[in-house]
Design a protein around this ligand. Structure first.
Ligand code: BEZ
Length: 218
């Protein structure tokens, strides 16, 4: 059965470019992002891994550990890593699972037989500190993912985990947010002392709570 939001991310032990990793132990108490690449030495994957490496400081800033996966063995990962550094200008700086036996790919249902019997689709799993799956994405092999979007989603997930808000369409960190409909106007006065705008009773916009104090003092 497919992995759904709120499920516990399946644990596994795997060989990676940074040694053997026990997934839950490696995640520790922080956030994690696991993403699959169909195959080594392929063009789209090469650009994606370079970009993920370039953005590693952004993931670090958010307390998110990054781990990739491809169904090729470690020695191929090592050769490919050289190409990634050479062509993308950033060396790999996070582990990539060598999933030759497809153990993790099958556990996470990253192989979709109608797309390919052999290679994974481009899956993304964002995992919270409670080890629950917070987001899943599935892209076809021919479409590279947008890693800025992954950072944007993580910003939203981390914000909404801490405050009674939701983020509207095309939201970016710092934009106004929506007060959760579960919060009454009475309770909102306490939770959002800087106030809000009622567009409709079910659509109340307020400053991003963790930025509101700074905005008020400007
Ligand atoms: C790629 O990464 O470029 C790719 C991988 C598998 C199928 C198609 C493209």
């Amino acid at each position: 059965m497919a992995i759904r939001l709120g499920d516990t991310a399946p644990d596994f032990t795997a060989e990676t470019t940074e040694g053997t990793i026990k997934f839950h132990e490696w995640l520790g108490d922080g956030w994690g992002i696991l993403f699959s690449h169909p195959k080594d030495y392929t063009p789209v994957c090469t650009t994606e891994l370079g970009e993920a490496a370039r953005l590693k400081p952004q993931f670090d800033k958010r307390g998110v550990k990054v781990i990739g996966l491809s169904v090729d063995p470690l020695d191929r990962h090592a050769g490919w890593a050289k190409d990634i550094e050479e062509t993308q200008g950033t060396a790999l700086n996070f582990p990539v699972i060598a999933d030759g036996e497809r153990a993790v790919s099958n556990l996470y249902e990253m192989i979709h037989p109608n797309a390919s019997e052999t290679f994974t689709v481009r899956s993304v799993f964002v995992i919270g500190p409670d080890k629950k799956v917070k987001l899943t994405l599935t892209y076809p092999a021919s479409t590279g993912r947008n890693f800025d979007e992954l950072l944007r989603v993580i910003d939203s997930l981390q914000l909404t985990a801490n405050y009674s808000v939701a983020t509207p369409v095309n939201w970016n960190d710092g934009d106004d947010v929506i007060i959760a409909t579960s919060v009454s106007d009475q309770d909102a006065k306490e939770k959002f002392p800087n106030g809000w705008t009622t567009v409709k009773p079910y659509l109340r916009l307020t400053k991003q709570p963790d930025k509101a104090a700074a905005a008020a003092s400007e």
